[in-house]
Ligand binder design. Structure first.
Ligand code: FES
Length: 182
């Protein structure tokens, strides 16, 4: 039976350390973080069920979910790396590359676009110095992206800065918003 015949489960795998000149991969789930995961696993009926929160831990610890981290999560939860990658790439909330300290999501779906969301995006790009969507500013503080409806269509333009939800952002209010970030 192959790993894929088992609902995504596989025997625990070795984590790759051979990355062509890159520093060896350092496990996320070691020490206290491993203890946190073990506590988490106690709350779920199967290891597979803890996949999403395990990925959140990875992202909290590293800022993004690398390919090596996916392999580690797969090994720890007895899943295949392909299964983990499928989940990571399905949900836009998981970063597949490094992002800035402040990850800024601006809704540009039609109702917000009609109310001027594109100008809000332009203002963020200008004031963060990122230059373009998806890029990170030279000081590593900001990454700006457009997202689909954030569920606040009556309060255009809604923006998320990391976990903070902010309504009624205008091009003129962007600089003050950024100025209050530590
Ligand atoms: S379309 Fe922007 S929040 Fe719904």
């Amino acid at each position: 039976m192959s790993a894929n015949d088992n609902g995504g489960r596989a025997a625990p795998a070795m984590v790759s350390h051979d990355v062509h000149g890159s520093p060896p991969y350092e496990r996320v789930f070691a020490g206290p973080v491993r203890g946190e995961l073990d506590t988490l696993l106690g709350r779920y009926p199967t290891k597979m069920a803890a996949l999403l929160p395990a990925l959140w831990i990875v992202q909290r610890e590293r800022g993004w979910v690398s390919g090596d981290a996916m392999v580690e999560v797969a090994a720890v939860l007895e899943l295949t790396p392909a299964y983990v990658k499928g989940v990571v790439t399905f949900y836009t909330m998981y970063h597949q590359h490094p992002v800035g300290k402040y990850f800024i999501q601006v809704c540009t779906t039609a109702p917000c676009a009609i109310c001027g969301a594109e100008d809000v995006v332009k203002s963020f790009l200008k004031h963060t110095g990122t230059g373009d969507l998806g890029l990170t500013s030279p000081d590593d503080r900001y990454t700006v992206i457009e997202v689909e409806c954030l569920g606040a269509c009556g309060f255009a333009t809604p923006v998320m800065i990391n976990d903070e939800f902010i309504e009624s952002v205008t091009p003129d209010s962007v600089s003050a918003l950024l100025a209050r970030l530590p």
